[in-house]
Design a protein around this ligand. Structure first.
Ligand code: PHE
Length: 460
């Protein structure tokens, strides 16, 4: 018997838990800082509601029709639609999704490891148990220590495996039901604190008011290359944030009871995910402006600058603790989903139990993390070109593997099995309006693949 979600709320929170993660709280604010604040936000909102929501909806239905793992899913759903399906679909969509999941899990765990160490650091400072200064070398010191990072990462693997072994309903769903409300509470608390800092207005304006030149619209004309460059980043972020580039949404959809309405659930998930990204921008960017730092500095924004900001604020130690707890909770529920997708396929392929599959995935994650951490150090100094493995994996999965996988899924859903997908969206045999049907088909057959191909061509 395939596992099932216990309730619609549980499913929505677990899927939102997957979507809301490092992508929202860490990546979104620094990308918005780099790519022009309001302009980036506006394009992001358009991308999510014009494309992302529809892709998410279709993929949930794809999973629900399939009722199996992603590799076999292509064949099974193809048969349902009366189509002969070449195994190439399963390899491209399923196996690439699986490998991407394992690679991203390793990167994700390393970052969660950093987050955990910051939680402890912030907590210890707050309680007066630590005298470590929070300075610009905090992060450097952390990354220089292989053993310390490995410890936190392994702890994180143990924790996730412990939850995942308990299953879909008793593990993932239950944890999400508890953690997601806490996450929202912490988020609101921080937003309110940050936007009322004296001088925060400039940061809020930067984030909310689009500067059209950043999208390529200048007084003298329109610069398409600027626009496409931002679009590419925005679209990549939308795919990542909605957990679309691997088997996660498919697998979560396959645990859905047939009577659950997919469209309304997807609206909730997309709405919550976008709200959290928006609020995270409101936490990070105003603070950056208050303390006159550079909003466009990139990935180091949360791990290097934010602690410096906290160090200068009244109550900053406490806030630092809260911020990293928030980041940790968000990332944990996402990691659960990434690992669940891998476990699901492993169980089927090795014909084994959930516990054994979870242990296999944990072992592979452990190896992945160790190799990545080794590449930070001089011990074996693994480098690919100029990049360490962390950057390499991040770039290759984000720029090529996730887009390829989602492109294969969209083409398959749009061209091969569309009637089955559309027939499975609503409650039971739910009837969809003609406009919706036509638009979704356009998104799957053409719009989403076109944006992906254009993005790949423009990739620097
Ligand atoms: N959506 C997650 C985030 O925003 C990342 C993720 C990607 C999770 C793909 C699962 C699958 O951090």
């Amino acid at each position: 018997m395939r596992a099932k979600w216990g309730s619609k709320l549980g499913f929505i929170l677990a899927t939102a838990g997957s979507a809301i993660g490092l992508g929202n709280i860490w990546r979104f604010p620094y990308l918005a800082g780099q790519y022009g604040g309001g302009a980036f936000l506006l394009l992001y909102l358009i991308c999510v509601f014009v494309l992302g929501y529809f892709m998410l909806t279709a993929k949930l239905a794809f999973g629900r029709v399939a009722q199996t793992n992603l590799v076999d899913g292509f064949r099974v759903v193809g048969e349902r639609a009366g189509q002969k399906v070449s195994p190439v679909w399963g390899w491209l969509g399923g196996w690439i999704g699986f490998i991407t999941g394992l690679l991203i899990a390793a990167v994700y765990i390393v970052v969660i490891g950093w987050t955990l160490s910051y939680v402890i650091e912030g907590g210890a400072l707050f309680l007066g148990l630590s005298r470590h200064p929070i300075d610009e070398h905090l992060f450097e010191r952390l990354v220089a220590s292989f053993g310390y990072q490995l410890f936190w990462s392994l702890l994180c693997i143990v924790l996730t495996t412990f939850i995942l072994v308990k299953g879909v309903k008793k593990g993932i769903e239950r944890v999400s039901l508890y953690l997601m409300p806490i996450l929202f509470f912490l988020l609101l608390f921080l937003v309110i604190w940050m936007i009322f800092l004296p001088g925060a207005g400039r940061g809020v304006a930067f984030f909310l008011k689009p500067d059209w030149t950043r999208l390529g619209f200048t007084a003298t004309g329109f610069d398409a290359s600027v626009f496409f460059n931002v679009l590419l980043v925005v679209f990549g972020q939308a795919i990542y944030s909605l957990s679309l580039g691997m088997g996660v949404v498919f697998v979560y959809g396959s645990y859905l009871p047939q009577q659950t309405d997919i469209k309304s659930s997807a609206r909730w998930v997309v709405g919550l995910d976008t709200l959290v990204a928006f609020l995270s921008g409101l936490i990070v960017l105003p603070a950056v402006f208050v303390f006159d730092l550079d909003p466009g500095q990139g990935p180091s924004l949360s791990f290097v600058s934010l602690p410096l900001i906290f160090a200068q604020m009244t109550g900053g130690r406490f806030l630092m603790f809260i911020f990293f707890v928030l980041l940790f909770l968000a990332a944990l529920t996402s990691l659960l989903s990434i690992c669940e997708a891998s476990i699901n396929l492993t169980m089927d392929m090795l014909k084994t139990t959930r516990t054994k599959a979870a242990l296999c995935v944990a072992a592979v994650n452990g190896i992945g993390v160790t190799v990545i951490l080794l590449s930070f150090t001089n011990i074996i100094g693994l480098k690919i070109g100029e990049e360490n493995l962390f950057d390499f994996v991040n770039r290759v999965t984000g720029a090529y593997m996730m887009p390829l996988m989602i492109c294969v899924c969209c083409l398959f859903m749009g061209w091969k099995v569309y009637p089955v997908i559309i027939g499975n969206l609503g409650q039971g045999s739910g009837h969809q309006s003609k406009t919706f049907k036509t638009y979704l088909k356009w998104v799957l057959c053409l719009l989403a693949p076109a944006v992906i191909v254009i993005s790949a061509l423009f990739q620097k």
